[in-house]
Write a protein that binds this ligand. Structure first.
Ligand code: ATP
Ligand code: MG
Ligand code: MG
Length: 549
C-alpha cells in the first residue's frame, strides 16, 4: 500500500524531477534517552515509508549528544523496536562518531567571526536573550577576538573549565525577531562519561548545531521532524550554510502524534517508570513500542494505524480506539479462538454420567476455516463466568437463571435447576441438567435459546491469570488544574488482575502467542510473568468497538 498523497511526498517528487536530488535519503534520529513510543512509530513510518516509495534509503542515527541522559540500554531497545516494527535501516550511525568533525566546524565558525566563547551563566544568557516583544542584549564577551575565542574553545575542549563556566555561541543577531537566532549556544561543557565516546570529550554540541551537521554529513536530502522545530529551521539553514557543508538537507516539519488518555514524551514516561507507577518501560499500559508489543499489539496494526493517520501538519489528539481498531482488523483472521473463564463459577451437570469425559470439536477460527479444529473436553463439572448467572435477573437477561436454558458454546443446552450457596448466601455452585439431543453440530432444531455461554471443563482446566487494562491517564486531555502535574491524573485502576481457567489444549502456549477468548477479546501471552505452570494473558483489546473509521 502506498502512503496517500501529502506535502512531503510532493516535495520529494519535485526534487527528483527537477534534479535537485537524484535520490531520497532520510533518517530516523532518536536520542537514546528513553524507549521509543507510538509517536516515534509515526516518525519511523514516515521516514522509512517515504524514502522507500522513491527507492531511497533511511539511516537509523542516534542523536547522542547529551551524555547526561543517554544510555546503551536505550540504544539497544531502540534498535530492537525499529526492527520489530518491520524496518531495515541502511546505516546505523551515532552522532557522537562525528564529534571531531563537529568540533572542526565550530572552529571554522570562530575563524569566520561567527562564533564566540561566552562567560555568562545560563541564567544570564536567558535574561539577555530578551522576549518576543523585546530585543535581546549583547553579551559583553561577544566582541572577543578570533584569536582569544580559538584559544578559549580549545581550553574548553581540554577540560580547563568546569561545567557551565563557558559556552560557545553562534554570533548571529541578538535583535532577530526569531529568538532561536539570538546567538544560540552551540557547545557546552559537561564533564560526564558518554556511552559511546567515554571520557574523550568534556564539551558537547547542542542539538540545534549538531542536528543539521549530522544530516549534512550523511547526505540526508529531506530532514523530517515535528512542527515544534519550525522556528528552528532558519538556524538549521544557517548552520549548514555557514559551516560550509557540501550537502544541503532540507528540514520539513510534520504534525506530532498525540493520543487520548496517555502521555507521550520520554521525560514523562521515564517518570512513570522511575516512580514505579508502571512495571518498567514495557509495561503493557505504556504507549511505548515495547509496552504495546508486550500487550500484544502487532507491528502490522501499528503500521496500518500510521498509514491511516497520513502525513499532515496537524497534531490534534487521536482517539486510542483507532489503534484498537487496527489490532482487531489484524488479528481477526490470525488469532485462534478459545474459551477462558475469568471469574469462575462451578456448574455440576447432574444428569451427565459421573467419570465420563467426551471430546468435542470446535473450530479454531470460524472466520478462517483453514485453521482447522481443536478438541475440548466436556464432563459433569464445568466452570462458567460468574456474571453469566443471576438469581433474580432483570428483563432481557438471556443468560443463566433458575429455570432458564442456555447454550454452552460447542456443547449442549443446559438448564439451571438448583443454586448452592455458602453460609453467607453467596452462590458457590449451580446444579444444572443437560439435554443430550442439543449437541452442537447435531442439527438440533427442536427449540431455541437466546444465550450462548463460554465455559471450560473443570477437571482439566488450566489455571491462568488475566490482566485487563484501562487507560493510564484519566483526564480527557489538557485542561490540567493549576498546580497539578500529569502524575495527579494517573488512573489508579488501570490494571486489573484476575485468576481464571483456560482450555487444556492451551497448555503449550508461548510468550507473545495471541488468542481471541470468546466474548472477552484478544489476549497476548505475557512474556514476563508467564511460567510453565501458569500462563498470564494480557488483554490487547476487547471485542466491541464503537470506533468507526
Ligand atoms: P519526546 O518528546 O517523546 O522525548 P523527542 O522528539 O525528544 O520525543 P527524539 O528521540 O528526539 O524524541 O525523536 C526522534 C524522532 O521522532 C524525532 O524526529 C521526533 O520529531 C520524532 N517524534 C518524537 N515524538 C513524536 C510524536 N509524538 N509524533 C511524531 N514524531 C515524533
Ligand atoms: Mg529530541
Ligand atoms: Mg524529548
Amino acid at each position: 500500500m502506498e502512503i496517500g498523497s501529502n506535502f512531503i511526498k510532493n516535495i520529494m517528487k519535485e526534487d527528483l524531477e527537477t534534479g535537485k536530488h537524484d535520490t531520497v535519503i532520510t533518517r530516523f534520529p532518536p536520542e537514546p534517552n528513553g524507549y521509543l513510543h507510538i509517536g516515534h512509530a509515526k516518525s519511523i513510518f514516515i521516514n522509512f515509508g517515504l524514502a522507500d516509495e522513491f527507492g531511497g534509503k533511511t539511516n537509523l542515527r542516534f542523536d547522542d549528544t547529551n551524555p547526561l541522559k543517554e544510555d546503551i540500554e536505550y540504544v539497544n531497545s531502540i534498535k530492537e523496536d525499529v526492527e520489530w516494527l518491520g524496518y531495515e535501516w541502511e546505516n546505523l550511525l551515532f552522532a557522537s562518531d562525528y564529534f571531531e568533525e563537529m568540533y572542526n566546524r565550530a572552529v571554522l565558525l570562530i575563524k569566520k567571526g561567527l562564533a564566540y566563547v561566552d562567560d555568562l551563566s545560563a541564567d544570564e544568557i536567558r535574561e539577555y536573550r530578551g522576549t518576543l516583544t523585546e530585543p535581546g542584549k549583547e553579551s559583553p564577551y561577544r566582541t572577543r577576538s578570533i584569536e582569544e575565542n580559538l584559544q578559549l574553545f580549545e581550553a574548553m575542549r581540554n577540560g580547563e573549565f568546569g561545567n557551565g563556566e563557558k559556552v560557545l555561541r553562534a554570533k548571529i543577531d541578538m535583535a532577530s525577531p526569531n529568538i532561536n537566532l539570538r546567538d544560540p549556544v552551540i557547545y557546552r561543557i559537561a564533564h560526564a562519561t558518554h556511552h559511546n565516546t567515554g571520557d574523550q570529550w568534556c564539551i558537547y554540541p547542542m542539538y540545534a548545531f549538531a542536528h543539521p551537521l549530522e544530516d549534512a554529513m550523511e547526505g540526508v536530502t529531506h530532514s523530517l521532524c515535528t512542527t515544534e522545530f519550525e522556528d528552528q529551521r532558519p538556524l538549521y539553514d544557517w548552520v549548514v550554510r555557514e559551516c560550509e557543508m557540501e550537502s544541503t538537507p532540507q528540514q520539513i516539519e510534520f504534525g506530532r502524534l498525540n493520543i487520548t488518555n496517555t502521555v507521550m514524551s520520554k521525560r514523562k514516561l521515564k517518570l512513570l517508570v522511575d516512580e514505579k507507577y508502571v512495571d518498567g518501560w514495557d509495561d503493557p499500559r505504556m504507549p511505548t513500542i515495547s509496552g504495546l508489543r508486550r500487550k500484544g499489539v502487532t507491528p502490522e496494526a501499528i503500521r496500518n494505524f500510521c498509514m491511516e493517520l497520513g502525513i499532515s501538519k496537524g497534531s490534534g489528539a487521536v482517539d486510542s480506539a483507532m489503534l484498537d481498531h487496527f489490532v482487531r482488523e489484524d488479528l481477526k483472521l490470525k488469532a485462534p479462538r478459545t474459551m477462558g473463564v475469568l471469574n469462575p463459577l462451578k456448574v455440576v451437570i447432574t444428569n451427565y454420567p459421573e467419570g465420563q469425559v467426551e471430546m468435542l470439536d470446535a473450530e479454531i477460527n470460524p472466520e478462517n476455516p483453514e485453521m482447522g479444529i481443536r478438541q475440548i473436553p466436556f464432563s459433569r463439572e464445568i466452570y462458567i463466568e460468574q456474571e453469566d448467572f443471576m438469581e433474580n435477573p432483570p428483563k432481557k437477561y438471556f443468560r443463566l437463571f433458575p429455570g432458564n436454558e442456555v447454550r454452552l458454546k460447542h456443547a449442549y443446552f443446559i438448564k439451571c435447576e438448583e443454586i448452592i450457596k455458602d453460609e453467607e448466601g453467596n452462590v458457590i455452585e449451580l446444579h444444572c441438567t443437560y439435554d443430550k439431543e442439543t449437541k452442537s453440530g447435531s442439527g438440533f432444531t427442536g427449540r431455541k435459546v437466546k444465550g450462548t455461554l463460554h465455559w471450560v471443563e473443570a477437571s482439566q482446566a488450566i489455571p491462568a491469570e488475566f490482566r485487563l487494562f484501562e487507560p493510564l491517564i484519566t483526564d480527557e486531555n489538557e485542561e490540567m488544574e493549576e498546580g497539578k502535574t500529569f502524575l495527579d491524573y494517573v488512573n489508579p485502576n488501570s490494571l486489573e488482575v484476575i485468576q481464571g481457567f483456560i482450555e487444556p489444549n492451551m497448555k503449550d502456549v508461548k510468550p507473545q502467542d495471541k488468542f481471541q477468548f470468546f466474548r472477552h477479546g484478544y489476549f497476548n501471552v505475557d512474556p514476563k510473568y508467564t511460567t510453565p505452570e501458569k500462563p498470564v494473558f494480557n488483554r490487547i483489546v476487547s471485542l466491541k468497538s464503537s470506533f468507526k473509521l
